[in-house]
Design a protein around this ligand. Structure first.
Ligand code: S3P
Length: 443
């Protein structure tokens, strides 16, 4: 495996062609490991993503008493066998989440309902990310949760309480991590815990809890949102999981295929869960040629999957509403790149949450794509892109953010000359084999 350490150079490709299998879905991999810790017995997870974020979660499962065996799987993925007695044990040291917000927020929810005291910490990026959004509901449920810096940043010290109080909580910003933290705490609450969200966020936690015998109901809320209810006290059943390819990783190749003039990229076994597929539908609305063939696999029955083929396309600009932006939140950087090659003005409304990801992604994408010659700017919480613009290679900074590094690497495949990406090693957070895949499909 190539492991770029500092700057990485990507030259314009004359052709993009080939078939790829993607990293196992990061969101599902985290949850499969966490739920394996909460189930009694042995769980097998096949095809989990092997990026640094999922490895952080596996490390924490071990620190909390899970017996974890990891082995290499095809496409740079990992298989896991996890044995657990169903309850997290008091950890000996700090629980290291590194760059992973999903590890930190979801484990905070898990630990809130167990008789342990644990410190969750992360790297400089994670220490800068907002945590009041999980601290407040978990405190309302009766757990003691303390952060640093006016109580809203990691490290977080969680002192669990059993049982917790059930709450009825409306999430202030659409966030699957916040929803999941509350639902995982709700497993240990007396009665029914309710989470209301104004825009439906990814629903893997709900699907995976149901598949493990936990009573979780989802109803339509007012104005397009959802209401999720979980009944506390049920026992988690161990279950085997086959993790689908990550649609957020697929998005990079879908855009590469669409914007490169000589491209045909085939992506196998991609997760197309309705709460994750917005990027595919938005690209198709922009005119991208994406062929989708559903795949039936009994092992991934809980999550729909498909093979996708992306071919060179003429794109047109699009306006995204705040709800559409929220539905494609992890794919906004790569959609901005697509917009630089689309005719007309693309407006991405209500993207403010991007400032609170692994880096300030609005600043990072605007600076990086501008350095490559794009016409892009931020206006408050909106991003405005005028296209099409011929990109030219330059030096760009990914700010240690995997989704920015991946976006700039794809930009390098269509920009004239060479694009040099600072801090490209961050791709290993979600897609450690990315540069190997890139070499395989380019000429
Ligand atoms: C994730 C939820 C999203 C997403 C992140 C993964 C998850 O974060 O950006 O990459 O697995 O639940 P938010 O909940 O902060 O929107």
């Amino acid at each position: 495996m190539t492991a770029p350490t500092s700057s990485t150079d990507v030259a314009r490709a004359s052709r993009l062609e080939g078939e790829l299998r993607l990293p196992g879905d990061k969101s599902i991999s985290h949850r499969a490991l966490m739920l394996a810790l909460l189930a009694t017995g042995e769980s097998t997870i096949r095809g989990a993503g092997d990026g640094a974020d999922v490895r952080s979660t596996a490390g924490i499962v071990m620190a909390l008493g899970g017996e974890v065996r990891r082995s290499a799987a095809p496409a740079g993925n990992a298989d896991y066998d996890v044995r657990s007695d169903g309850a997290p044990r008091q950890p000996a040291g700090i629980l290291a989440c590194a760059n992973s917000g999903t590890s930190l927020r979801l484990f905070a929810g898990i630990l809130a309902g167990h008789p342990v005291r644990a410190v969750l910490d992360g790297d400089a990026s994670l220490r800068g990310r907002p945590m009041a959004r999980i601290i407040e509901p978990l405190r309302s449920m009766g757990a003691t949760v303390e952060g640093s810096d006016a109580d809203s940043h990691p490290p977080l010290t969680v002192t669990g309480r059993s049982p917790l109080r059930a709450i009825d909580w409306s999430t202030p910003v659409p966030s699957a991590q916040v929803k999941s933290a509350i639902l995982l705490a709700g497993l240990r609450a007396e009665g029914v815990t309710t989470v209301r969200e104004s825009v439906a966020t990814r629903d893997h936690t709900e699907r995976m809890l149901r598949a493990r015998g936990i009573p979780v109901r989802t109803e339509r809320g007012e104005g397009g949102g959802t209401v999720i209810r979980i009944e506390g006290g049920a026992a988690m059943q161990a279950r085997d999981e086959q993790v689908p390819g990550d649609p957020s990783a697929a998005a990079f190749w879908l855009v590469a295929g669409a914007i490169h003039p000589a491209a045909e990229l085939r992506l196998r076994d991609v997760g197309v869960n309705p709460t994750r597929r917005a990027v595919i539908d938005l690209l198709v609305r922009m005119g991208a040629s994406i062929e989708e063939t559903p795949v039936s696999d009994p092992l991934t029955e809980g999550e729909p999957i498909a093979d996708l083929v992306a071919r060179s396309s003429d794109l047109t600009a699009l306006e995204l509403s705040p709800a559409e932006t929220a539905a494609a939140i992890d794919e906004i950087p790569i959609l901005c790149l697509a917009a630089t090659q689309a005719s007309g003005r693309t407006v991405i409304r209500g993207a403010g949450e991007l400032r609170h990801k692994e880096s300030d992604r609005i600043a990072g994408i605007v600076d990086g794509l501008r350095a490559l010659g794009a016409r892009i700017e931020s206006r408050g919480d909106d991003i405005v892109v005028d296209g099409p613009t011929a990109l030219r290679g330059a030096v760009v900074d990914s700010h240690g953010d995997h989704r920015l590094a991946l976006t700039f690497a794809i930009a390098g495949l269509v920009a004239d000359g060479h694009t040099t990406i600072g801090d490209a090693a961050s791709v290993s957070v979600s897609y450690p084999t990315f540069f190997d895949d890139l070499e395989r499909i380019r000429s």
